[in-house]
Design a protein around this ligand. Structure first.
Ligand code: AHR
Length: 506
């Protein structure tokens, strides 16, 4: 049996967990919007055509923030196409995914959906084919109260109150050669700075995210961040990070270790931000927005094939990964990694939300299903709000193809501001053996383990399907008798996700 020790000290507080790390992402892509959140002929549709059954599962996740409308899609998007009378809205070719965009849903409808989902809308602007003027028009349309051309246009569209969108992404993955309007770091940095400057002149309270690299393996990674921030440091508030995980090689040990790479990625981006701050003799920190992350590989190849052989369809099935149990473990490791960086990481978006690389999948005219990855997000969003503690972990380790000294234990602890309860999130990466975990909880001497929730499976490749939706679902574990002691041991099952909830004894 492997062994690990976790020390949490009540006063050793890393930072408050920003609720915006529980964000997600809805792109006009595949069946994310149309035949996803929106299906007007579905029996569960509300008066706006939104599926109530989908909304219910989204609400349960307590999503704080939703990035919209892309992704690669945004780099060719004309936002005006999606407002005004529905019958007048044009259909357009979406070059990013080679599909047909009907524009039936636009910013007003999506904003309404966000309200119902209980989430804040984070809007991305098109800096691929467009620039400053269109960004300003959209901002005026969304945020200016009245008596200007675009604010009055919004009012004429039946939306009296401004949307007051606070968070704006200055484009998407502009370093990627696949992006429509792809740019060099200097070209993009200048455009982001000037667009952002003008946007803040109109609405000083908005917060702006500049595009970082599309992933840490991009050949321009780090230079890109440095150059973009060199141009835009004074204007932007956040830099974005994107990362998708793959187990195409079927190497579970290496797959479960992949968030060690994320940890390094985050540290490197912080280092670049601080370098630019030092160089500029700056006063402010640039914060991190991990605004796309997930496992994504099951559907790889199929989207490219569909886009090549069968283009210009309306909401075709694209990027519909069916997630396994081991994907849920990686999701858990990633959420823990985010919690460990809450001092600098203020926003994050699980990409995406419905049907497209998503925790929730729907059948057109049929049911809705929680994929395996739904559950770790549900747990951390429910119990991971408060103050993130600095965990001290000593653990048995293993080596994998890309990583050495991978601790079997991945863990973080959060103390709730509201209840004072402590929650430990823990993954046992050992797929063969249970993990003997000793927890030393300093400052929590009178706390008691009140609940142990776990995600376990007899099969790493187990999935939830419409036929068998409950194959991978959380279970409640028995509470060990010695749980009331100040330092206690607990066994985590091989390859498991665990939520250990402690409350002060009465
Ligand atoms: O989330 C799917 C795609 O992944 C997004 O459109 C893009 O930003 C990223 O490459």
């Amino acid at each position: 049996m492997s062994k690990a020790r976790l020390v949490l000290e009540k006063d050793y507080r890393l930072a408050a967990v920003d609720h915006r790390i529980f964000g997600s992402f809805v792109e006009h892509l595949g069946r994310s919007v149309y035949n996803g959140i929106f299906e007007p002929n579905h029996i569960a549709a509300d008066e706006n055509g939104f599926r109530r059954d989908v909304l219910e599962l989204v609400r349960a996740l307590k999503i704080s923030l939703i990035r919209y409308p892309g992704g690669n899609f945004v780099s060719g998007y004309r936002w005006e196409d999606g407002v005004g009378k529905i019958e007048d809205r044009p259909s357009r070719l979406d070059l990013a995914w080679r599909t047909l965009e009907t524009n039936r849903i636009g910013v007003n409808e999506f904003s309404e959906w966000c309200k119902q989902a209980g989430a804040e809308l984070m809007m991305a602007i098109n800096l691929g084919t467009r620039g400053i003027e269109d960004a300003l028009n959209l901002l005026e349309y969304c945020n200016h109260p009245s008596d200007t051309y675009y604010s009055d246009l919004r009012i004429s569209h039946g939306v009296k109150e401004p949307h007051n969108i606070k968070f704006w992404c200055l484009g998407n993955e502009m370093d990627g050669p696949w992006q429509t309007g792809h740019k060099t770091a200097r070209e993009y940095g200048r455009l982001a700075a000037e667009t952002g400057r003008a946007m803040k002149a109109m609405c000083p309270d908005i917060e702006l995210t500049a595009c970082g690299s599309s992933n840490a393996d991009m050949p321009t990674f780090a230079d890109w961040e440095a150059e973009v921030l060199n141009e835009s440091y004074d204007i932007v508030d956040y830099i974005s990070l994107h990362q998708y995980f793959s187990n195409a090689e079927g190497d579970t040990g290496n797959f479960l270790a992949c968030t060690l790479g994320t940890d390094q990625f985050i540290k490197s981006v912080i280092a670049v931000c601080d370098f630019i701050k030092a160089k500029k003799r700056g006063k402010k920190d640039i914060y991190l927005s991990f605004d796309e992350w997930n496992v994504w590989y099951h559907s790889s190849g199929r989207a490219e094939e569909a886009m090549r052989t069968n283009p210009w369809k309306i909401s075709p099935s694209l990027l519909e990964d069916i997630y396994t149990f081991e994907d849920a473990l990686v999701t858990g490791c990633m959420l823990i990694t985010l919690l460990k960086h809450t001092d600098r990481l203020k926003m994050a978006c699980l990409a995406q939300l419905v049907n497209v690389i998503a925790p929730i999948i729907t059948q057109p005219g049929g049911g809705v299903l929680c994929q395996t990855i739904y559950y770790p997000f549900l747990h951390v969003s429910a119990y991971g709000r408060g103050v993130s503690l600095l965990p001290l972990i000593t653990s048995d380790k293993y080596d994998s193809k890309d990583f050495t000294d991978v601790p079997y234990l991945e863990a973080a602890g959060v103390v709730s501001d509201e209840t004072g309860q402590l929650t430990i999130f823990a993954v046992n990466r050992d797929v063969h053996e249970p993990l003997h975990l000793e927890c030393a909880l300093r400052g929590f001497e009178n706390y008691k383990l009140i609940e142990h929730i776990a995600l376990e499976s007899e099969c790493l490749r187990a999935t939830n399907t419409f036929e068998n939706p409950n194959r991978v679902i959380p279970i409640k574990k028995p509470i060990p008798a010695h749980a009331a002691e100040k330092s206690f041991v607990i066994e985590l099952s091989p390859a498991s996700w665990n939520v250990l909830r402690f409350a002060e004894a009465e």
